[in-house]
Design a protein around this ligand. Structure first.
Ligand code: MN
Length: 499
């Protein structure tokens, strides 16, 4: 499936005609140089497109409205080279609906001490003009990112790159469609939520289909297509028979291959990019989709287990945000399963029944076929592996009844001390920041779920900015968290968003 569209970001420079034509020519030339150098830097995941210098109310309004309707435009970057009276921007900003970055930079890096005069000052006064512009955006209550520094600096370019990925998450959110082929697990609270409110806030379409409709699509997959995919599995993964008969094992694997193809065809035909299943509602499916779902997640589909459509949508969004990243380490649904409480070695073993995305794997990936302790179907085939080390974030979107809250926990992923030869599922293991006890206490106080959308490649800042753009509450659990202040964050959320 295609994860990355050919998005572009518009570069709009603010100015005015008070300083004469020569100044405006320089403004346009400087902007052109900045855009060319940004594009040539190799640091940005998407192209920046230079737009004519914005000097009148009419042009500003027209440009922002063109950005709204241009499907390839994922956001606008604004910089005020000179002073640009901000009342000129009101109508354009009022009508603008896409992500906004305020690049607070200056063409020259150093003050030209020997030659500086008043003409130079008037031409190069973003220190002045960008404050006027920022004032208006703040007064209007518009969510935007502000990046400060010289445009050639690697740190500034990295911040622009990071924001571009956040912007993708924002513009793509309203294109996420989640297919539910099962309802939420009976009696479970945290996987529930208001689907109408989710569409209002995030743009997600969350629709139910009878499980047997997708099961029919699976049954319609030909034996030759299925066998070709089984051959691909056998080439790519280690086969761990563990005493099972080789032919019988292969038949179990073929069931998952048929599910993978049948599910993908059904999702594509009906234009869904995320899916939920439920082990207790499988209709005519012979196995709980395990290996099949793992492969679909690897291709970029969002997934949530036991009907968890919020996690399915979040996994999809985080996969879109990280698509095409160099050295990406992976994004998956995960579940807090069991603890290691040995002092100094505390951590949470992350797993699920089956459905962990192999993008987070490190080392060999094997296929195993084992009974499930739940449900009433044949033993499902699944991919088994352990995951990479390093920092990541676990995100949990919860519905508090009157609002959504996104809980973002920075975590430190580690290897488990010893192999777990009897555990027939993929795993990750992490210690939450700032430490196990504080992290878990804060998570529970915030109401965080046991299912999470996890990524090594997306930052807490990006997800916080995404939540802000969606107009929802976000709380961070990271190296700076202490419980007393965290409770104040939650109280503040109640005041701002309502209890
Ligand atoms: Mn679960």
């Amino acid at each position: 499936m295609k994860l990355q569209r050919n998005y572009k970001f518009w570069f709009c420079t603010g100015s005015q005609d008070l300083y004469g034509d020569e100044c405006l020519r320089n403004v346009a030339e400087h902007s052109r140089i900045i855009v060319d150098k940004l594009n040539a830097s190799g640091a940005l995941p998407f192209e920046v497109v230079l737009k004519p210098t914005l000097i009148t109310n009419e042009l500003i309004r027209k440009t922002f409205n063109e950005a709204n309707i241009d499907e390839d435009c994922a956001g606008v970057i604004v910089w005020c080279h000179t002073f640009s009276p901000a009342k000129s921007w009101i109508l354009g900003l009022q009508e603008y609906r896409k992500p906004l970055l305020h690049l607070h930079t200056q063409f020259n890096e150093e003050i030209p001490y020997d030659t500086i005069d008043m003409d130079f000052m008037n031409e190069n006064q973003s220190a002045h003009g960008d404050r006027e512009w920022g004032h208006m955006v703040t007064r209007m209550g518009i969510e935007r990112k502000v990046v400060v520094g010289h445009w050639t600096s690697a740190a500034v370019q990295d911040k622009i790159a990071s924001w571009m990925r956040t912007a993708i998450g924002i513009v793509e959110s309203s294109h996420v469609r989640v297919m539910r082929v099962a309802d939420n697990m009976r009696n479970v609270a945290v996987t529930e939520g208001d689907k109408v409110e989710a569409q209002l806030k995030f743009g997600w379409e969350v629709d139910a289909y009878p499980v047997n409709e997708i099961a029919e699509s699976v049954a319609a997959v030909s034996e030759s297509d299925t066998n070709a995919l089984v051959d691909e599995y056998y080439d790519k993964y280690e086969i761990l028979l563990e005493g099972r008969d080789a032919d019988e094992f292969k038949k179990h694997v073929a069931v998952q291959a048929q599910i993978e193809i049948g599910f993908e065809r059904f999702l594509e035909e009906k234009n869904y990019q995320a899916i939920v299943t439920h082990f207790g509602d499988l209709g005519a499916l012979k196995q709980l989709p395990g290996l099949a779902i793992q492969r679909l997640m690897e291709k970029g589909y969002g997934f949530g287990a036991e009907g968890d459509w919020k996690v399915a949508a979040m996994v999809r969004i985080m996969k879109l945000m990280s698509a095409g990243m160099k050295d990406a380490k992976g994004t998956s649904m995960l579940e807090d399963y069991t603890y290691n409480l040995v002092p100094g070695k505390e951590g949470i073993l992350q797993a699920h029944m089956l459905e962990i995305c192999p993008t987070i794997a490190e080392g060999p990936i094997s296929i195993k076929c084992q009974p499930l302790s739940m449900g009433d179907r044949e033993d499902p085939a699944r991919l088994v592996f352990t995951s990479k080390e390093g920092p990541g974030i676990a995100a949990s979107l919860i519905d508090l009844g009157n609002r959504f809250r996104l809980i973002i926990n920075s975590v430190d992923c580690k290897k488990v001390e010893k192999p777990m030869p009897k555990l027939p599922v993929a795993t990750a293991f992490w210690t939450p920041k700032p430490d196990f006890a504080t992290g878990a206490e804060a998570w529970i106080l915030a109401g965080g779920a046991h299912h999470t959308a996890f990524s090594y490649d997306i930052t807490a800042e990006q997800m916080g900015d995404w939540a802000a753009a969606m107009g929802i509450e976000a709380v961070f659990i990271d190296e700076k968290t202490n419980i007393r202040d965290f409770k104040k964050d939650l109280m503040l959320g109640n005041v701002v968003f309502g209890k």
